[in-house]
Each structure stands twice: as structure tokens, then as C-alpha cells.
Design a protein around this ligand. Structure first.
Ligand code: PMP
Length: 322
């Protein structure tokens, strides 16, 4: 779907996957006006297909667009575009289980020009890719690297928007995590470098017995849809679920004194991933016994059961393909 200043959204079309031709002066290549989303379509027990909370993705896409001085795509158009592609590709939606069809809606400036200003032409597209189960051999805890050198986002910056530049800026820290033998980077706040924000592509939860806590939305972390869903599902299951502030010292101390029983990360790709060990320039510890915890696995099952149609959708989150 195209957007042109003065004309709005126009010329929606469904076309076979193919490379785009890009002008060397395309504004996106220089000024990075680009945003994206990620969501999944799951096969339901009756053979139909449904997406998980596409409305929430549409709304976050609109918020990202506002922050990046881009036009807002109406929710109905966002969902209609996803639905049209899934219908076309329905044979690619796996027949059952955790596997899904991953959808990647995105938008970028399509105008050609060298001046630094918001573009007047944009292109919105959706592509799809089948996604297997994230842990085909059973859930495996990840190791994380606390990034004390780099920050992902600052207050007033673009941290709460799902925009390409955030990911570009995080790659060096991800590489640093890998060089220390860790799977993922954990971002801290930009001012004191001690408050836990999120992981490279997932939000975090801290489990204190039957109370789960996730870092509050400070404006510099991404408001994950899985994070939001788990606040509700955890309460459905009888846990206390809240937003709060957790520092690196809290994490280390509460793990040592046994009050912090589990830590997990959550996002569309992995749904829920246990965190098994933590490393930084100054510290190195095993989270709990390093194995997936009971609360983590219970929440993971509840959310996946809901997404795959094996648990009642009491919050109206599943969007069936019309
Ligand atoms: N944080 C970041 C930086 C992410 O890229 C993602 C993935 N979109 C998340 C958190 C988790 O968000 P969601 O649950 O909506 O996938």
C-alpha cells in the first residue's frame, strides 16, 4: 500500500514476492525512516487460522509511525493487509503445534531526495515466513550479557518505537555478548546504568515465588505485546503480576538469597525463554539452578495453548481469518 502526501493511502495490491528496485537517493537509505512489526498466525484445532492480537500490533505500529514522523496506517487496513497475505499463503501455515506463519509488516520512506526532512511518500508492505518451533529440542535457558558500555535508548529517544535504527545501534552490543559466550544482550537504563530495561528482542520478567515483575515502561523500552499479555495471563493463573524497577544489584542479591526464583524473557519469536545465566564485566552468576523454572514453563504453556486454540480465548485476543 502506498502513501503520498495530500493523497493518503492508495494502490493496495497483492503481488508475488520479488526484489524491489531502490534509487540510490531513496531517503530511507540515508535517514532511516523505517518501522516494522512482527506477529504470528497459528493453525487452530478446527483447521482454521488465527492471528494473535493483530490490533495491538496495529496500534504499536501507529505509535512507532508518530515517533518517526510517518503517516499512521489505520488499524483496519493493517489487519486487512495481514489477512490478505495469510489467505494467499494459507498453505504455508503449519498444520499444528508451536510452528506458525510469522508476519512482518513494515513501512519505509519511498521518496527520493537528499534533504533531511520527513518524507512525503511511503510504502507499507507485509511479508511472511514459516517459523518452526523456537526450541525444537525442548526449552533451553539462554545466557545473557549485561551491557554496561552501550545503551539502547534514552528518554525522549526512539526506544519505544519499533524502528530499524534501534536494532542497528544494538548490533555491536549483541556481538559483544556473543564474544563473551552469551546468547543475548540485556540493556540497562541510560542514566544510571543499573536499572534493567529489556533484552535485544524480548522483554524480561522476574519471578519472586508467586509474584512476577516486569520492568515498567519508561519510554526507552519496547512495549512488547507478549509482555502485556503475560500481565493478564499471569493474573488469570492466580499470580500477582506487576510492573516495577529491578536493578542489576537486586537481580544478583535476590538470586543469591533465593527470593528471586526464576527469570524469563518474552516476545513474539520465542514466546517465553528462561534465563539461565548472567554475565557482565564485573559479575558472573547462574540464575537459580540454571534450569527452566516451574512458573516460566506454566506461563509459556498457557500462552501457547491460547495461541494454538487449546485454551479458552477469554480476552478476545485471537483474530480468526474471515
Ligand atoms: N523488545 C524488543 C527490542 C523487541 O524487538 C521485541 C520483539 N518485537 C520485544 C521486546 C517483544 O515484543 P513482542 O512481545 O511484541 O514481540
Amino acid at each position: 500500500i502506498k502513501w503520498t502526501e495530500g493523497r493518503g493511502w492508495h494502490d493496495a495490491e497483492l503481488v508475488p514476492y520479488a526484489p524491489l528496485s531502490i534509487d540510490p537517493a531513496n531517503m530511507t537509505l540515508h535517514y532511516a525512516q523505517t518501522i516494522f512489526e512482527g506477529l504470528k498466525a497459528y493453525r487452530q484445532p478446527d483447521g482454521t487460522v488465527a492471528t494473535f492480537r493483530p490490533q495491538a500490533n496495529a496500534e504499536r505500529f501507529q505509535a512507532s509511525a508518530r515517533r518517526m514522523a510517518m503517516p499512521e496506517l489505520p488499524t483496519e487496513l493493517f489487519i486487512e493487509a495481514c489477512d490478505a497475505l495469510i489467505k494467499q499463503d494459507s498453505a504455508w501455515v503449519p498444520t499444528s503445534g508451536e510452528a506458525s506463519l510469522y508476519l512482518r509488516p513494515f513501512m519505509f520512506a519511498s521518496e527520493v531526495g537528499l534533504g533531511v526532512r520527513p518524507a512525503n511518500e511511503f510504502l507499507f508492505m507485509v511479508i511472511a515466513s514459516p517459523a518452526g518451533a523456537y526450541f525444537p529440542g525442548g526449552v533451553k535457558p539462554v545466557s545473557v550479557w549485561l551491557s554496561e558500555e552501550y545503551v539502547r535508548a534514552v528518554k525522549g529517544g526512539t526506544g519505544a518505537a519499533k524502528t530499524g535504527g534501534n536494532y542497528a545501534a544494538s548490533l555491536v552490543a549483541q556481538a559483544q555478548a556473543a564474544s563473551h559466550g552469551c546468547d543475548q544482550v540485556v540493556w540497562l537504563d541510560a542514566v544510571e546504568h543499573r536499572w534493567i530495561e529489556e533484552m535485544g528482542g524480548m522483554n524480561l520478567y522476574f519471578v519472586y515465588g508467586d509474584r512476577i515483575v516486569t520492568p515498567e515502561l519508561t519510554g526507552s523500552l519496547l512495549p512488547g505485546i507478549t509482555r502485556d499479555s503475560l500481565l493478564t495471563i499471569a493474573r488469570d493463573l492466580g499470580y500477582t503480576a506487576e510492573e516495577g524497577r529491578i536493578s542489576t544489584e537486586d537481580w544478583k542479591r535476590d538470586n543469591e538469597n533465593g527470593t528471586l526464583t526464576e527469570v524469563f524473557a518474552c516476545g513474539t519469536a520465542a514466546v517465553i525463554t528462561p534465563v539461565g545465566s548472567v554475565k557482565s564485566e564485573r559479575a558472573n552468576w547462574t540464575q537459580g539452578d540454571g534450569e527452566p523454572g516451574e512458573v516460566t514453563m506454566k506461563l509459556r504453556k498457557a500462552l501457547l495453548d491460547l495461541q494454538t486454540g487449546h485454551r479458552a480465548d477469554t480476552h478476545g485476543w485471537m483474530h480468526p481469518l474471515g
